[in-house]
Structures are given as C-alpha cells and as structure tokens.
Design a protein around this ligand. Structure first.
Ligand code: BGC
Length: 711
C-alpha cells in the first residue's frame, strides 16, 4: 500500500517536471509571444536537415503538395491543396467537397461580404479535409481575354476590384486556421507557353496594374504566395530578383513574413537568395541544399538564407494558428454541407449579371400559368459549371439550368430522364399550369416549332476553358450562336443565359430580349440562374471584364499576345491600357462595358460631394422592389500623370428597400491618388485636378465632379 502511494507520488512529480520541462524546451509554444518571436524560438532548436525538410515538398500523401511533419519538435505537416474554387479531391474521393462558383464569379459580385462568406466556407472545407494551405485565391489580372485561367482569378481586368475583394476573402480563410496562397506571382497572364514565355513588362505597369491584388492579400496577412512558371523580363519568376527579391520582398512585404512557394516544378535553381522559400512538389534543387558547402557559400546559399526562408514559413504557421489549433480533418472526410451549398448558390446568384432586359421581360412571374422552353446543350445535356485543370473540382452534383427551372416551379423530373434525349423532354407541368420543355436543339424544325409554342424561350449557352490552354476565340462555338439566333427569330421573349470563363462574344445580343451571364457558376448554377429569372434574387452582379464586339478588339499585335520568337517573348506595350482602360482611351464602345449590370429596380443618384479624402453620394431606390446597387467611383487623373482616362477607385454595394435612400461614402487614400514613380521606386501623389465620375458602370455615369490636390 505504502509502495503504491509512493509510486503515484513519483509519477505525479515526474509529470509535473515534464510539463515544466516542456514549457522550457518548447518556448515557441508561449502564446504571449508574437508569431515571429515564436518562429525564432523554434528555429533555434532545428537542425540544418530539419530546416531543409521544410523548404521543399514530398510526393507522398493525398494532397497537391505535402511537407512532412517534424515530430521531434511537433511541427505540423503542411498539406497544400488546390484551390481555388473548392477542395480538389483525389479522383477516388470525387464529390466529397463543394463545387463552389469560380473565383471570377466571386469577382462579379463586387461584394466584400460575399467574399468573406466564400472564404469561410472554403476554410471550413479545407480544414475538414486536413489541408492547412489553400492554393488560392488566383489573383492575376485578366490582361488577355483568351487566357484559359481567367476564371480562377478574382480581379477580372481591374486591379482595384481584386485588391478590395481579396482582403475579406483571405482573412476569412485564415480565420479557419488554413493558410491562403496568393497565386501566381507574377504576370502569368497567358497559358500558351506559360512555362517559358517571358512577360516583358515595365516597373510602373507591374506596380499599378498587376501587383495590387497581391498587395491586398498581403494587407490581409496572407501566409504564402506562389511564384509562377513564366519569366518576367527574361528571368524565371521563381528566381527573379527584381520581381521576387526586390518588388515582392522589399517593396510589398517589407518586414512582414509570408513564404514564397514555387508553382509545381516552376523552379530552375536554388533561388533562396532571390526570394524563393519553398520548392514544390519535390526538392529538385532544394533537396541538394544539404550537400552544398554552405560555409563556402557555393550557389550563393548561406545558412542565414536558409534560416530566413524557414522563418518565412514558420511565422505565418504560428500567425494562422497551425501550431495552436492543429487540424484534425482527413482527406476522406465528406466536407460538403447544406450550408456550403447555400453559400455556393448565394454567391452564384449575387454574381449573375443582367446584361439586358427589354421591356422588363424578367423576372418571370412564377404565380402565373406559363410555358417555358429551355434550349441548348448547356441547358441540361452537357452543363459546364467549372473550368478545367488544377482548379477543377468534381462536385457531388450540378444543377443544370433546366433543373433549376423545374425546381423553381416545383416540377419533378421523370425518373430515367438524362437530358440527352434526341427529342424534346416535356412538357413537364405543375398544378399551376406552368410547363417546361427541354430541347438540346439538334433539329432546326423541332427547335422552331418549340420556340413558337412556348411563352418564354430560355437559351442556355456556355463555354469553358482551363489550365495550359488559352481559348482560341471568344465565341461560344458548337452552333450555340446559331441556335440562339434561330430561337430568337421564333420567339420574342427569348432569354439567354451564358456561362463563361471570361469575356465572350454575343453576336445575337440585339435579337434577344434578355441576357444573363454567370462566370462558371459551380454546382448550384441552375438554382442561382432560376433565383434571378424568377426574381427571388434581384440581380446585382457586375461585369468584372469588358465584353467586346469582336475578337481581339484591343488590337493586340503578335508581340503582345501570344508573343513572338516562337511565342516566347510577349511585350506589354499596352502598359496601363488593359480592359476598359483601352476602350476609354481609344473611344471604342464595347458590347457591354466593365462594371455593367442591370437590376429589376431603378436607382437615383444625387448630392455628390467629392474631395481628396473621399466621395459621398445619395442613392435612392426609385423602383418597386428591393435591390442592391453597386455604386462605382472612377477617377480621371490630371493629364500630367499619364494615366488612362478613368480608373476604378471605389465601389460599394447598397441594398435598398423600395423608396429607401442611403448615403454611400467611398473613401480615398493618398495611394488612390498616386502613380508609381520609377525614379524613386515609390508611390507619388499627383497634384492637380481629378475628375470624379460616379455611377452604375464604367460607362453609365450618373454624376460627375472634381477635386484638386495641391502641390
Ligand atoms: C498550377 C497551380 C496549382 C499547382 C498544384 C500548377 O499546375 O499552376 O495553380 O496550385 O499546379 O496543383
């Protein structure tokens, strides 16, 4: 008995000593210290081999990339996964994550609250899957309308849009103890030859046009940044001292620590000194760090450089909570949920852009008897809801446009019907005498007859794109333009719903009554479309890209895109004239301008006041239904600045009940009034008179004013 008590006491004592010892030997777990101090404390305990382990990936595991845990020091494994529009599960686990709408769709909401909701849902799914690094969001500015990955990028063609929306998005992801990854740094603006092409672009253009979305991510505390495959001014991105070492590290990050991870196999050397911290997916170059004679400083790599890279990784790991809240999710987990499906639907609906709506055809009144014909492959037979490549997610289901209409009207789809039949499917009716028929559109005579027979014709068209390939034209292809024109010539109430990965051509736009656009709407595409068609959601999405009249309307020469000398040199001769900035500068009217999008209600603007610290305006909902206006502020710089005519510098979403009024204030900072000075390598506030234009799109200006910035 005595013996047993002594033993218990000894054990208790030993445990107490262990706890005390562990507090002493794991000083990095002291929550009072800031993340960087904790990283230093941990680094001090690491062997060189352990440090090098953190600087590159391994191929084992279920994730896009993996850095093994260092169990001796309780350093968690890093599980990096694509992204950006959901968790890309291994094939055998397809359907276990939500197929969210594309990141460009999020851009089309112009809504920071939606960005936060999207980020929260993404963070939850990644955490549930045990992935503590989300390879997203994509932040490249859409310079080339054909670029195959534009759908993965938040900014569309405007850096300010991305700069603003990325902040709540990154914060929300990281609040779930998942590190976000801003990709692809930088000027990975085309997929053709992306692994070798040199983007030849000057410093001012880089800072003003291409860096701001990344700056927004940095402002939000993003933990990691991915360097891209391409070269910039002839030097590979992941070893480019100018863009990585100086611009990103010194000028944008400054003392803030985030790590730079290579895109998969985008390394060409042990470029630690140039600013790369981690090589993925294996250690092609970085594996050899241990074999280098570090004392001799061969390959320009020193222990100090290795330590610095490890600190760049460990600091955000502490800051985002990877040590204090280790994830217990597993890749096998099914992380979809009704709540996340709802987020997917809400974002896709809020991003749906109403391009035109003649005679107020939309919304359709779902309480009245009606017959609807849904046409087109995109309608049901072959619905594209996502783009391809590393950003693709196989969702548990896809709601097609036809299904969306059926669900909205409470009509059951007959069992066994797939949507791929040669003959029309339907009419399928409910008790309210609302009937829907689907026809893919193979036979013109059948198409014409059905179009003539129905009250409303809904033509669902679409096109997709993906990684590694750019689109070859902006058309829809596959006879979809012809089908649209044919249907429209037989039905005055033709509504077109377009699903696209970026800008598309709309040659039939004058023939149809209404046009809706969504940018790869994800698994809830059809519900989101129907929410807008039947007016459950009043559209407030706005174009994040200009819709041109024709292919290559901006007149890119071959040297600008896809490049010359076997496509390996591209020259950004257009400078700041990207997207709408080019249209404004050249006085060209596009098919639909940047920022355009209609509502089922109307808004009145009044009482503009403007000075260099901000612009205020009164907005009234003058229609009969509640709705949200995206109030957009464009500034014209003093002509001495050499800027494009107008630039987006503020926006806000104002949700208003019918008859309600609110004041919208859009703050301006010195940075908003500055250009990048290449002599001083710094932002320089421009003195002179700024023109203020405020309105509903880049071309729908409701009020104008000006203010002056003194010398
Ligand atoms: C893509 C990245 C992606 C990575 C990992 C690369 O091909 O460019 O965006 O995160 O693969 O799958």
């Amino acid at each position: 008995m005595m013996l047993a008590t002594t033993k218990t006491l000894c054990l208790a004592l030993a445990a107490a000593v262990l706890v005390a010892a562990s507090a002493e030997v794991t000083p990095w777990m002291n929550l009072q210290d800031d993340p960087e101090s904790r990283a230093h404390a941990l680094l001090a305990q690491m062997t060189l081999a352990e440090k090098v382990t953190m600087l590159h990936g391994h191929t084992e595991g279920n994730y896009s990339g993996n850095v093994p845990a260092i169990t001796r020091l309780n350093i968690p494994a890093l599980n990096l996964n694509d992204g950006p529009q959901g968790f890309r599960a291994p094939e055998k686990l397809s359907g276990t994550s939500t197929g969210f709408p594309s990141i460009l769709t999020l851009g089309a909401t112009w809504d920071p609250d939606m960005a936060a909701a999207y980020g929260t849902a993404i963070g939850e799914e990644f955490a549930g899957k045990g992935a503590n690094v989300y390879l997203g969001p994509g932040l490249n500015v859409a310079r080339v309308p054909l670029c195959g990955r534009n759908f993965e990028y938040l900014s569309g063609e405007d850096p300010f849009l991305g700069y603003t929306l990325v902040q709540p998005m990154v914060k929300a992801v990281q609040a779930k103890n998942v590190i976000a990854n801003a990709k692809h740094w930088i000027n990975n603006n085309q997929e053709i030859n992306r692994d070798r092409v040199s983007a030849n672009v000057d410093e001012r253009t880089r800072f003003e046009m291409y860096y701001p979305p990344f700056e927004g991510a940095i402002k939000a505390g993003v933990g990691s940044i991915m360097c891209s495959y391409n070269r910039i001014n002839h030097v590979y991105s992941c070893e480019n001292n100018e863009t990585l070492g100086i611009d990103l590290r010194q000028r944008l990050l400054g003392s803030q620590r985030a790590w730079v991870v290579s895109d998969w196999l985008a390394t060409h050397s042990t470029s630690l000194v140039e600013g790369l911290d981690q090589e993925m997916p294996y250690g092609l170059f970085f594996d050899s760090l241990l074999e280098l004679d570090l004392d001799l400083d061969l390959h320009n790599v020193t222990v100090a450089a290795i330590d610095n890279a490890v600190l760049n990784i460990l600091t955000p790991m502490f800051a985002v909570g990877l040590f204090d809240h280790p994830l217990n999710g597993t890749v096998e987990a099914n992380v979809t949920s009704p709540a996340h499906n709802t987020v997917a639907r809400k974002v896709a609906a809020a991003a749906t852009v109403l391009l035109k709506n003649d005679a107020g055809l939309l919304p359709l009144n779902a309480t009245q008897p009606m017959t609807i014909g849904v046409f087109g492959i995109q309608g049901d037979a072959e619905t594209w809801a996502h783009g391809g490549g590393s950003g693709s997610v196989t969702p548990p289901y896809i709601i097609t446009p036809f299904q969306g209409v059926l669900d909205a009207l409470g009509i059951q789809r007959p069992a066994g019907h797939t949507g791929q039949e040669d003959a029309p499917v339907g009419p399928l009716c409910n008790a309210r005498q609302q009937c829907v028929t689907y026809y893919e559109g193979q036979n013109d005579t059948i198409t014409e007859a059905l179009a003539e027979a129905v009250d409303v014709a809904l033509v669902a068209v679409g096109t997709a794109s993906g990684e590694l390939l750019d689109r070859v034209h902006l058309g829809l292809g596959r006879g979809q333009d012809e089908l649209t024109t044919l249907v429209a010539s037989h039905n005055r109430n033709t509504v077109v719903h377009v699903t696209c990965p970026g800008a598309v051509l709309t040659p039939w736009r004058n023939d149809v009554s209404a046009i809706l656009v969504g940018f790869m709407g994800g698994q809830e595409l059809g519900h989101a479309m129907a929410d807008v068609v039947f007016g459950h959601v009043n559209p407030s999405g706005r174009l994040p890209v200009t819709f041109p009249n024709v292919d290559n309307e901006v007149g890119f020469a071959e040297r600008q895109y896809p490049g010359i000398e076997d496509h390996l040199q591209t020259y950004y001769d257009e400078g700041l004239e990207v997207g709408y900035r080019w249209y404004d500068a050249h006085g060209v009217t596009p098919a639909f301008p940047f920022g355009h999008g209609l509502s089922y209600t109307s808004f009145n603007y009044s009482g503009l006041t403007a000075n260099s610290t901000g612009v205020s305006v009164r907005i009234a909902n003058t229609g009969s239904v509640a709705g949200a206006e995206i109030v957009q502020l464009y500034l014209g710089f003093p002509s001495s600045a050499g800027e494009p005519p107008l630039q987006l510098k503020g926006f806000a979403k104002a949700m208003l009940a019918p008859g309600a009024t609110t004041t919208v204030h859009l703050p301006l900072t010195d940075r908003d009034l500055s250009i990048w000075d290449v002599q001083d390598h710094a932002w320089s506030k421009v003195p002179g008179t700024f023109q203020v234009q405020i309105g509903s799109s880049s071309r729908d200006v409701r009020l104008a004013g000006s203010f002056t910035v003194s010398q």
